[in-house]
Design a protein around this ligand. Structure first.
Ligand code: ADP
Length: 249
């Protein structure tokens, strides 16, 4: 394992909503080739942290650095172009289009092929090889020509991840990627996230703690907007504050 490389970091991050402190004093380091989980009870501030990191919300306090650049004042579209992409934020899965068409549409956005969104699909044929490579990598090869609407729920989420990866992000933020899935789909998506993280950083909010234990290298636990524990799963799950606050034991 090479030296850990921090690609996204927050220092003293905080957000107040009309006098209510939703997030406070959050220090976070997300590393290349690692899967980092953000967990905590409902209302802990996980979504707000995601919105702050992607700059959908402007922080009240603190500083955010992406790939060595201070992005505290940067607009969200620029942050996305710099390599920080959130799963649902840019990926749009069009139900009536095929898996391959969806991926091609996602691919032409950063490729500079067009500044127009609605390029005719026929103009995107040159993207077939790249689309197919991504589709195969994510195990969707068999469904290449199926309409997105006909995919299982789990595979739709995988297609969503594929359209996000088309932007070639350095840091991928996933908001509850396993939500609502059966065990088989959870295992499929877990394997994909592992594969994705070989060459990128992943930060994910996830409620399924066995998945977190299984695939996440680092866990940050939030409670009432503040970090109460950080470390690997074994360490945070043994932490007495986490046990009372989160696990309820
Ligand atoms: P989580 O994602 O961990 O469930 P959130 O980040 O959604 O938590 O919310 C953290 C706290 O901030 C909650 O108490 C929530 O009610 C509050 N909050 C979130 N967004 C807003 C907002 N736009 N205005 C006021 N309060 C908010």
């Amino acid at each position: 394992q090479a030296e850990p490389r921090v690609v996204l970091s927050a220092r003293g991050l905080g957000k107040d909503f009309a006098g209510f402190t939703a997030v406070n004093n959050v220090d976070l380091d997300v590393e290349h080739a690692r899967i980092h989980a953000l967990i905590g009870p409902n209302g802990a501030g996980k979504t707000t942290v995601f919105n702050l990191l992607t700059k959908f919300l402007q922080p009240t306090r603190g500083q955010i650095t992406l790939l060595g650049t201070d992005i505290t004042q940067t607009k969200p579209d620029k942050v996305a172009r710099m390599g920080l992409v959130r799963s649902f934020q840019i990926s749009a899965v069009f139900p009536h289009l095929t898996v391959r068409e969806n991926v091609k549409i996602a691919l032409q956005r950063p490729s500079g092929l067009s500044t127009q969104f609605w390029l005719p699909l026929s103009a995107l044929d040159r993207l077939n090889p790249r689309a197919d490579e991504l589709i195969d990598r994510l195990g969707l090869g068999h469904w290449r020509d199926h309409r997105a609407a006909d995919l299982s729920y789990g595979r739709k989420r995988v297609l969503e991840i594929a359209t996000t990866l088309a932007l070639d992000p350095e840091v991928l933020l996933l908001d509850e990627p396993m939500a609502g899935m059966g065990q088989e789909d959870v295992a499929m998506v877990a394997a994909i996230i592992r594969d994705v993280a070989v060459e990128r950083a992943v930060l994910m909010v996830e409620h399924n703690l066995s998945v977190v234990a299984d695939i996440c290298h680092h866990v940050t636990v939030l409670q009432r907007g503040e970090i109460i524990a950080q470390g690997d799963y074994a360490a945070v799950s043994a932490d007495p504050r986490v046990r009372t606050a989160y696990m309820g034991t």
